[in-house]
Design a protein around this ligand. Structure first.
Ligand code: FES
Ligand code: FES
Length: 155
């Protein structure tokens, strides 16, 4: 019988049927239907699956659910808007029409949100450095960096 693991996800306590070494990404997508976090490489290399764990951006494909259970909480891209208002990074990406296919964007939003929580007005170089492990196959990194910078300066 599959054990039950208790998690806090986007502010809600949930019990999921998952062994302790199940990747958090699998639980989020397959158990909880939170498909904003993408499966890209599955090896911690592309950034498409980033979520916040204790406020820090981590690759959920490489995070066992036991680690998430021991944390104070997981925030996915779905949990970043507040009161129906998009997170400033989400709003800036929309405003700047920065995304192309969008596959990388959830992970980038999460990583950028983590950056703004510690550096509210980052420079373009600081954004580029923060996002260096978020791959974008569409090549719109310049637009994404500009949008994150504008999200910071607008706050
Ligand atoms: S799918 Fe997790 S880092 Fe690529
Ligand atoms: S917008 Fe297509 S992968 Fe980044």
């Amino acid at each position: 019988m599959t054990p039950t693991t208790r998690l806090c996800v986007n502010g809600e306590t949930v019990d999921v049927a998952a062994s302790e070494d199940t990747p958090l990404l699998t639980v989020l997508r397959d158990e909880l239907g939170l498909v904003g976090s993408r499966f890209g490489c599955g090896q911690g290399l592309c950034g498409a699956c980033f979520v916040l764990l204790d406020g820090v951006a981590v690759p959920s494909c490489q995070t066992p659910v036991s680690q998430a259970s021991a944390s104070s909480g997981v925030v996915t891209v779905e949990g970043l808007p507040e009161g129906g208002t998009p997170h400033p990074v989400q709003a800036a990406l929309l405003e700047g029409q920065a995304a192309q296919c969008g596959f990388c964007i959830s992970g980038i939003v999460v990583r950028a949100a983590a950056l703004l929580s510690t550096n509210p007005a980052p420079s373009a170089d600081e954004v580029a450095e923060a996002l260096e492990h978020n791959l974008c196959r569409c090549g719109v990194q310049r637009r994404i960096i500009d949008a994150v910078v504008s999200a910071g300066s607008a706050r």
